[in-house]
Ligand binder design. Structure first.
Ligand code: T4K
Length: 388
């Protein structure tokens, strides 16, 4: 690792990069390889590879227990899990979501002919602003999907209140919020259902995977059938369904990763504290704080580079990328500015001022088990030097 003292040491000025290998946002957290290989032996032995196999069932029980929720319905990925939850809840017409989210939240609706209506965010949490949600309600609205972005929880109570007043259903995209709490209760227990992603880049991964958490028995049963083409027993299809099943090899990865999950969260917390400590004195750069009254997973380390900073966000991003620090400008430029939705709402930015501003200021920094205090100090030093 190179010692950065001045701008002349920066790779963008011709010096070699600080890191030989790229540091990625989203580097997977992986558990014990030997344990995983034991599961592989089981799978080869049993010849049971998919279709609600024993490892999927154990994983579902453990994830449900972890979140103190009745049902976990495992799926092939978070996007399919969103689609199945949306369909099982019979949402239609228009559904209100934040524009400031990963594009899958919007696509899971539009892919099934439902119109996503984009609301603005609270700049302090990057999650839905209830006042903006209220403004987006129309006679065609059937639901609200709150997103617990970065593991910060959406304003659950306020959204539920709005939904109750307008006869809408609420569900949550909890792709980032495995192991997080809202007012002391684990996510999974709010709205009609909450959707997790177990993608490789998430706190907890099954290579690819996802799940819906719910306390509603009938809804859980319906989603179990829908993820398996709607089959209710042999030769009897009672719903229009899809193939959303998780495989045994993915569940095996999940079981192994669950065993080390608490250690991963503690590692993330120390990373977050190292970033917090190092960034505290830098002017114009603010770390998005976690609410320490809650249980957090600390997986995403998010900074905002505001207008008082001596460099703008995109320049800082280029400087860091040149050093092999592969930061991300998630979720710029907002879903409403992505081609399929921009055509629908060419003037939406005027209603989504905080989304636009936040998406122009955010940088997500590398975190997870691939990072440690030393690499974080170097990242901070580079930021510090580039601000001078
Ligand atoms: N809702 C929300 C709020 C979400 O954030 C997501 C997914 C979903 C729903 C949908 O869940 P899934 O259907 O994906 O289960 C990545 C992930 O692919 C995506 O799962 C995630 N959100 C999103 C925030 O990040 P990209 O387009 O940024 O992926 P990519 O290929 O650029 O990789 C991200 C970084 O991770 C890179 O720096 C490389 C690194 N990486 C990635 C993989 C796959 C690794 O180091 N190793 C790996 O194996 O979307």
């Amino acid at each position: 690792m190179k010692n950065i003292q001045s701008k002349a040491d920066l790779a963008i000025n011709g010096a070699p990069p600080a890191f030989d290998e790229p540091l990625h946002v989203g580097r997977p957290n992986v558990g014990e390889k030997a344990e995983f290989l034991k599961h592989v032996d089981d799978i080869f032995e049993s010849k049971w590879l998919s279709n609600n196999g024993p490892k999927v069932q154990i994983l579902e029980q453990r994830v449900a227990d972890y979140h103190s929720v009745k049902h976990c319905v495992a799926m092939s990925n978070g996007t399919i899990a969103l689609e199945i939850a949306i369909r099982a809840l019979e949402l239609e017409g228009e559904v209100i979501i934040p524009s400031y989210t990963f594009i899958a939240t919007a696509h899971a609706l539009s892919w099934q002919g439902i119109t996503p209506i984009f609301a603005d965010i609270d700049p302090d949490t990057h999650c839905l602003d209830p006042d903006s949600v209220r403004k987006m309600i129309s006679p065609n609205s059937t639901g609200i999907i709150g997103v617990h972005l970065w593991g910060q929880t959406a304003p659950v109570d306020e959204l539920q209140k709005i939904a109750d007043q307008h006869n809408l259903k609420v569900m949550f995209d909890a792709a980032h919020a495995f192991g997080c709490s809202y007012k002391g209760q684990m996510i999974g227990n709010f709205g009609e259902a909450e959707v997790l992603s177990f993608h490789a880049t998430k706190l907890f991964n099954t290579f690819e995977g996802g799940a819906v958490l719910t306390n509603n028995d009938a809804l859980a049963e319906k989603m179990r059938l829908m993820r398996n083409f709607g089959f209710s027993g042999l030769d009897n299809v009672i719903y229009s369904g899809t193939n959303g099943k998780m495989t045994e090899i993915c569940a095996a990865m999940g079981l192994v990763n669950l065993a080390s999950l608490d250690a991963v969260i503690e590692h993330n917390r120390l990373n977050y504290l190292a970033y917090q400590n190092g960034l505290a004195e830098l002017s114009g750069v603010t770390l998005l704080p976690f609410d320490e009254r809650e249980t957090n997973n600390y997986q995403y380390v998010v900074i905002e580079v505001d207008e008082t900073c001596s460099v703008d966000r995109d320049v800082l991003s280029e400087v860091l990328q040149a050093e092999n620090i592969i930061v991300r400008k998630y979720f710029w430029p907002g879903c409403h500015n992505m081609l399929p939705y921009r055509q629908l709402y060419p003037n939406a930015s005027a209603m989504l001022e905080r989304t636009v501003k936040t998406s122009e200021q955010v940088l997500v920094l590398p975190s997870g088990t691939a990072m440690n205090a030393e690499s974080i100090n170097t990242v901070i030093k580079i930021i510090e030097v580039s601000l001078k």
